[in-house]
Write a protein that binds this ligand. Structure first.
Ligand code: ZN
Length: 232
């Protein structure tokens, strides 16, 4: 081998070593970059868990020209549901970890055709959905608290809220049932529809119209929500 050929080989080897070194440095930089990013992401997750907030939607049944049931005294279900829902909202607003939303704040008619109520909750990406109603029946002797869910994923939540509400009303426990109500069907989060009591039953209606009684029901619903979300 002549001297020129030897020099060329040495230059090639040096070049190879240099390229290997650069490759090594780039790889090390990449590992450090990924590692730092991972820590950053985990760090962020930790802080968000500490101050976790939950969105809760309260849905006062009916409204406007949709009066709902007519109570034995002539009162409309839509007014009872709004009155109770406002109390639930007021109590929930004191909870730092809960953001509360209502599908209606006043006597507004909401069409069922465009699924506004469930869409409202889905677009918010809400964590829980509670629809408030008062029951009705042709026989004024019929009474009690009854709760409904649709998706299996909602059963535990429905059972839990129902237990709290029955304790608060002291009414006959009519149980928790699966039923195809559109509000609990078309929402993407655990949802319950509460029939607090019968507005067509004179004793129940009288109690349900009482502000103090409504506050105790509202408190029981909030207690159920907090128990479900594991908020102290
Ligand atoms: Zn109703």
């Amino acid at each position: 081998m002549n001297r020129r050929a030897k020099r060329r080989m040495r230059r090639k080897r040096r070049m190879k070593r240099r390229l290997r070194f650069i490759g090594f440095v780039l790889l090390a930089m990449l590992i450090i970059f990924i590692w730092n990013n991972k820590l950053f992401v985990e760090g962020n997750k930790d802080t968000s868990e500490a101050g976790e907030t939950f969105k809760v939607v309260i849905d006062p049944g009916h409204g406007g020209s949709d009066v709902g049931a007519t109570g034995i005294s002539g009162l409309y279900e839509k007014d009872f549901t709004l009155s109770l829902s406002k109390k639930i909202k007021k109590i929930l607003e004191k909870e730092e970890q809960i953001e509360v939303y209502m599908t209606r704040e006043d006597d507004t008619f909401i069409s069922t055709e465009d699924l506004y109520r469930p869409k409202f909750a889905n677009e918010l990406n809400a964590d829980l959905y509670i629809s408030i109603h008062g029951n009705t029946f042709s026989d004024s002797d019929v009474s009690g608290t009854e709760s409904f869910y649709f998706h299996d994923e909602s059963k535990y939540f429905a059972d839990l809220i129902h237990r709290h509400v029955v304790n608060a009303t002291g009414f006959n426990d009519r149980g928790v049932k699966a039923k195809d109500f559109f509000v609990v069907r078309y929402v993407d989060m655990p949802a319950v529809l509460l029939e607090i009591g019968y507005l067509t039953n004179p004793q129940e209606e009288q109690k349900m119209l009482d502000d103090g009684f409504q506050y105790s029901i509202a408190t029981s619903i909030v207690d159920g929500i907090k128990e479900y979300l594991e908020i102290e």
